[in-house]
Design a protein around this ligand. Structure first.
Ligand SMILES: Cc1cc2nc3c(=O)[nH]c(=O)nc-3n(C[C@H](O)[C@H](O)[C@H](O)COP(=O)(O)OP(=O)(O)OC[C@H]3O[C@@H](n4cnc5c(N)ncnc54)[C@H](O)[C@@H]3O)c2cc1C
Length: 469
């Protein structure tokens, strides 16, 4: 069988800056955190540029997570992380209708499986209250099994956390990016930041494809944040990637649970979660494995078997369903357990590091916090056009195939139309990698993992790329 070559399908995206331009703010890294910061500063009138080493957004930690919007009930008390998570949650809810951000308000259940865990529930509730999360209550086994009839009968009781939700973790950052562009922010992809010089007023940032000038640098380079930090001369900050492996169960399993099923957390990790996804699957994971490599996101058979065993212990009926795919994400954890945000005023450099396991929720809050920390204001500009709603690819709302006007379905597993793919491949914020196209449309992400539609999709990519030549 002939293999389809997925490399070099995309040309590097167009360069948007000129040699002499000086930006107020240059943001390094277009993960969810970088995209949210880009939005915040651009909306507030700063002349902003977002610099990314890959040819699309979300190619680092932000491409593979559990996609939960956290309330902060279990975040470290009094921490910056808690503050950003709560603010981020609030901002997400404020923006969701204007930008078409999708949310499934499932609520979560922190389930106790033995006496020891049961004893910890009250403490978790009290901590939640102290964290300002009021919608928390203890439920007994009867109520739990009424809510979740497919949960193992071994469960002893739980805490119901009303606000915990599932979101589409890919379209939200895309919406933040588009908002930044709407307010005049510029984007450069395939530009790896390698070095820089600061003359006391202006940074000359050396990238793999040219020099960019900016008054202030914001380092949101995720897993590579410590390496980028060396440009400033920043000491004492090391990223220790923490891998999280996942199983994605088939769509047939989707109705087995109603809420996000959380374990009683340990000091180190939130533990293995069973949750619905925005795309109609059940997700089981993640693990928490520290490693040296910033690129190794491979999965391991034994770990996946461990996850499968856990999944069966929690929801025994999962045994009747198959696994569609597996993946791993790398958390940009650091050598400390807290968010590592710091503003070096002398060097005009803001580090946004160590945003490990809550960055999807916290991103909009982090962006607001940093803007305040920065403390300068800009003259606000009128946006070029109204806010753009991102296309819905979740199961929570009407999909493109349910609307008139498309020619054909290209990906039959995920019901992706030709129109969706064509649109996702075009424009300033269009896909720049195969992964980016998947994240914008779900094409090739279903049961057959692209076996049936990949050749067709590749032709569509080539056609779109030819137009840009
Ligand atoms: C397994 C797992 C589960 C998670 N679950 C959740 C969850 O349910 N809810 C939640 O809120 N959060 C969750 N998270 C956390 C969340 O995904 C992260 O906090 C977030 O993705 C971090 O984003 P970031 O923008 O800081 O980093 P990244 O996404 O890594 O972005 C950094 C970007 O910088 C770019 N870059 C790096 N070096 C350079 C350079 N030299 N020049 C230019 N660009 C560069 C990279 O290519 C990358 O695109 C989870 C994370 C993982 C891994």
């Amino acid at each position: 069988m002939k293999q389809i070559d997925l490399t070099n399908l995309f040309l590097p995206k167009k360069i948007e800056y000129t040699k002499d331009e000086v930006f107020d703010i240059a943001i390094v890294g277009a993960g969810v955190v970088g995209c949210a910061i880009f939005k915040e500063f651009s909306q507030n009138g700063a002349k902003t540029i977002l610099i990314e080493k890959e040819n699309d957004i979300l190619e680092g930690a932000s491409k593979g997570n559990s996609a939960l919007l956290h309330t902060g009930f279990d975040a470290p008390e009094g921490s910056l992380e808690l503050e950003c998570v709560k603010k981020g949650y609030e901002e997400f809810i404020k923006l969701k209708d204007d930008l078409n951000l999708q949310i499934l308000k499932t609520s979560a259940l922190v389930v106790a499986w033995n006496e020891e865990q049961e004893k910890k529930l009250e403490d978790i509730i009290q901590k939640g209250f102290r964290n300002g999360v009021k919608e928390l209550r203890r439920i007994d086994k009867n109520e739990l099994l009424k809510k979740e009839p497919n949960l193992s009968k071994e469960a002893r009781g739980a805490i119901l956390v009303e606000g915990e939700s599932v979101i589409d973790a890919w379209s939200a950052p895309l919406a933040y990016l588009k908002e930044g562009v709407r307010y005049g922010g510029k984007l450069v992809f395939s530009h790896k930041v390698e070095d820089g010089e600061f003359d006391g007023e202006i940074w000359k940032i050396k990238t793999s494809r040219g020099e960019i000038k900016a008054k202030t640098i914001i380092n949101s380079a995720g897993l590579y944040g410590d390496e980028v930090e060396k440009i400033r001369g920043g000491e004492g900050f090391r990223i220790i990637p923490r891998k999280g492996q996942f199983l994605v169960y088939d769509k047939s399993a989707y109705d087995l649970i109603n809420s996000i099923i959380l374990p009683v957390p340990t000091k180190r990790t939130k533990g293995v979660v069973v949750t619905k996804t925005a795309f109609g699957n059940i997700l089981v994971g993640p693990t928490a494995e520290d490693q040296e490599s910033k690129t190794d996101s491979s999965t391991k058979k034994e770990t996946l078997q461990f996850l499968q065993k856990k999944a069966y212990e929690i929801v025994p009926k999962l045994k009747e369903h198959s696994v569609t795919t597996v993946f791993a994400g790398l958390r940009p954890a650091s050598d400390e357990t807290f968010y590592r945000i710091e503003y070096d005023k002398e060097k005009e450099w803001i580090r946004v590091g160590g945003i490990r396991s809550t960055g999807l929720t916290g991103s909009l809050g982090i962006a607001k916090y940093i803007f305040e920390l920065y403390g300068k204001s800009f003259e606000k500009k009128e946006p070029k056009h109204d806010a753009q709603k991102v296309p819905n690819i979740s199961e929570f709302s009407k999909r493109d195939y349910e609307k008139l006007g498309f020619e054909r379905i290209v990906c039959h597993c995920e019901l992706v139309t030709d129109r969706e793919i064509k649109n996702a491949l075009r424009g300033k914020c269009g896909a720049g990698t195969v992964g980016g196209l998947k994240r914008r449309t779900r094409a090739m992400m279903g049961r057959c993992q692209g076996f049936n539609c990949m050749a067709d999709v590749v032709e569509m990519i080539k056609e779109a790329q030819n137009e840009t030549k």
